[in-house]
Design a protein around this ligand. Structure first.
Ligand code: ATP
Ligand code: MG
Length: 597
């Protein structure tokens, strides 16, 4: 029903967190998450070990069977049946081990993803000011995958290497000389495999980076298509795209060329070993020092030995990549939110709505002050307009009131209580902010309006809020009315319509303190006048801070405060300020000119 309902109901979440010991090696920090899935993980490792042991026993039986055939002594039946049984056991345990392993791997991946997104949600605005969130999220995806792959598959590769040891032990048991002869090639195989990976490794990074470039370009071109077309830059964008695509192609081609040069060695060196075994071993068979079956078993073990030699190199490479990925994930997880509930913070469920800024100083960056010694008092139920040139700090005032940022100096109070002593949750219920760039979700109009109270609000509440915001009329004209889905694949609304939905959304939340930050800027002056009557009655019982440029909007307020480069330069009634403040007259004149144009 309500697509956002799932988000609001509490999900069980990961069972463990990443360790907070920043000086621990990366795998140790990730360990708790893997350990929380230890049952399936251990099952996977044990079953895979069993499967490999069964596999290594097969050549032994095969060798016995062949010897029975060659010499005509003993029972062929027993050997064949045992081989068959071993094969079935190896198959079943292998299948189960893979199932458990994949379950562990994807559970770990889901946990890491939840941990990161949960943490991202907790981080403060200052973090999002610093990083590019889009890049952050797409990067997180590939990093999570590489950590997951390594931490679940590495132990399995180690198990497979143990099998190499077992196979070698069997070979030694059959014939020591032949075992050593067969091993001659292995160190070469290892070195060649390692060399190949060393050359390939940088290329794989380059490929990833270039693929990311292409993804960014595609994203920009799709999302920014209106800008591209408006400036007739299609040609240039296509060229940029072709360039990026060519760079990816080069990376892939280089990768293929390197593989082409090295793979034949890696793939065919084992044949040399087999030839050696056949040559030396055949000689031994002729001199009756070895059975034919033993040669057969030998070649089978040889094949088993190869795999670990090749995979160990891969393990090293995956390890390097996982380490780099984990460090980038930790970069996000180690980021602490700077705005949190103080210990002992209290819930304020209702408020009269008295707002006070007491000598407030603020800067986003140390060296650029944005608010300087701002002191203002807004009585409960009073309506105040905040007016100022662009960049004078009006939006910043609203952000401080909701604790999106904390002031560097001074205190902000609601009903005489320092807002830093309130829980963030209750503070943000007390103060409703409507901004000019209203963000709407890709859900129905109804769900967008009911966003703050998805379960509590009924249809009447939604319609009442929409009416007050002057949105009911155009909503009913939409193809599906209140059920029309907004956004990407849905219906696109005009700027003014979006603003009216945003106002309705905040009115439904019914906060005692309301901030309208340029919230009616995109709404037509005539339409705005029409909503004013409805708004007027709604603002009656709340403290309202109206950030605006238009005289008609400012007229909603009892009092006007003029902000100039982060300082309060004047305050009073509209008429008084018109008479006394040159700055006020200038700002109004400019807003008026913009509305006419
Ligand atoms: N997240 C941020 N990081 C750094 N500086 C910022 C940030 N947000 C705003 N600023 C700067 O702070 C100053 C005040 O910005 P603010 O958004 O409060 O102005 P405003 O009065 O709301 O302007 P407008 O009328 O254009 O909305 C500006 O100089 C702006 O560049
Ligand atoms: Mg602003």
């Amino acid at each position: 029903m309500n697509p956002l309902g799932g988000v609001l109901s509490r999900y069980p979440g990961p069972r463990a967190e990443i360790s907070t010991h920043r000086d621990w090696p990366w795998w140790r920090r990730v360990l708790p998450v893997i350990a929380s899935h230890r049952v399936s993980f251990v099952a996977a490792v044990v079953l895979s070990l069993a499967s490999l042991v069964f596999q290594t026993l097969v050549p032994n039986e095969l060798s016995r069977a062949v010897n029975v055939v060659v010499t005509g002594r003993g029972s062929l039946h027993g050997a064949v049946e045992l081989t068959l049984l071993l094969g079935i056991l190896a198959g079943v345990t292998g299948l189960l081990s893979r199932q458990y392993l994949y379950r562990t791997a994807f559970d770990v991946e889901a946990d890491l993803r939840s941990l990161i997104y949960e943490h991202l949600t907790s981080l403060s605005f200052s973090f999002y000011d610093r990083v590019q969130s889009g890049q952050l999220i797409s990067r997180a995806n590939s990093d999570i995958r590489s950590v997951q792959m390594y931490s679940t598959f590495a132990p399995l590769i180690v198990v497979q290497s143990l099998i190499g040891v077992l196979a070698f032990w069997f070979m030694l048991a059959i014939n020591v000389t032949l075992a050593l002869v067969a091993m001659i090639v292995m160190p070469i195989l290892y070195v060649v495999g390692l060399k190949m990976r060393q050359v390939l490794f940088p290329i794989s990074w380059i490929t990833q980076a270039r693929l990311a470039d292409v993804a960014t370009l595609v994203d920009e071109n799709v999302n920014g298509v209106r800008v591209v077309k408006a400036f007739a830059q299609e040609e240039a964008e296509i060229n940029r795209m072709a360039d990026a695509a060519e760079r990816v192609a080069w990376a892939y081609e280089t990768d293929a060329r390197i593989r082409g040069r090295w793979s034949p060695w890696v793939q065919n060196l084992p044949q040399v070993a087999i030839a050696l075994v056949l040559g030396v071993g055949g000689e031994m068979v002729i001199h009756a020092q070895l059975t034919v079956g033993a040669i057969l078993a030998f070649t089978a073990y040889l094949v088993m030995l190869q795999a670990p030699f090749m995979m160990l190199g891969q393990l090293v490479m995956m390890g390097q990549r996982a380490k780099a990925s984990a460090e980038r994930i930790f970069e996000v997880l180690d980021e602490t939110p700077d705005i949190t509930d103080r210990p002992g913070a209290r819930d304020l469920d209702s408020a009269r709505g008295e707002v006070e800024f007491d000598h407030v100083h603020f800067a986003y960056r140390d060296d650029v002050p944005v608010l300087r010694d701002v002191t203002l008092h807004i009585g409960a139920g009073e309506r105040v307009a905040l007016v100022g040139a662009t960049g004078s700090g009006k939006t910043t005032v609203a952000r401080l009131l909701t604790r999106f940022y904390d002031p560097l100096g001074g205190v902000i109070r609601i009903d005489g209580l320092d807002i830093a002593d309130l829980t963030l949750h209750s503070l943000r219920r007390l103060v409703g902010v409507v901004t000019d760039d209203a963000f709407l979700f890709s859900v129905s109009v109804r769900d967008n309006i009911a966003y703050a109270r998805p379960n509590a609000a009924d249809d009447d509440d939604v319609v009442a809020a929409a009416r007050a915001a002057g949105a009911d009329g155009f909503i009913r004209d939409l193809p599906l009315g209140y059920d029309t889905v907004i956004g990407e694949r849905g219906y696109t609304l005009s700027g003014g319509q979006r603003q009216r939905l945003a106002i309705a959304r905040t009115l439904l939340a019914n906060p005692p303190i309301l901030v309208l930050d340029d919230a009616t800027s995109a709404i037509d002056v005539h339409v705005e006048t029409a909503i004013h009557d409805a708004l007027d009655s709604l603002l009656e019982h709340r403290t309202t801070l109206i950030i605006a440029h238009r005289v008609s909007t400012i007229a909603l307020a009892d009092r006007v405060i003029v902000l100039d480069e982060g300082r309060i330069s004047a305050q009073g009634s509209h008429e008084d300020l018109l008479a006394s403040s040159e700055l006020y007259r200038r700002i109004l004149a400019q807003a008026d000119a913009e509305d006419r144009s």
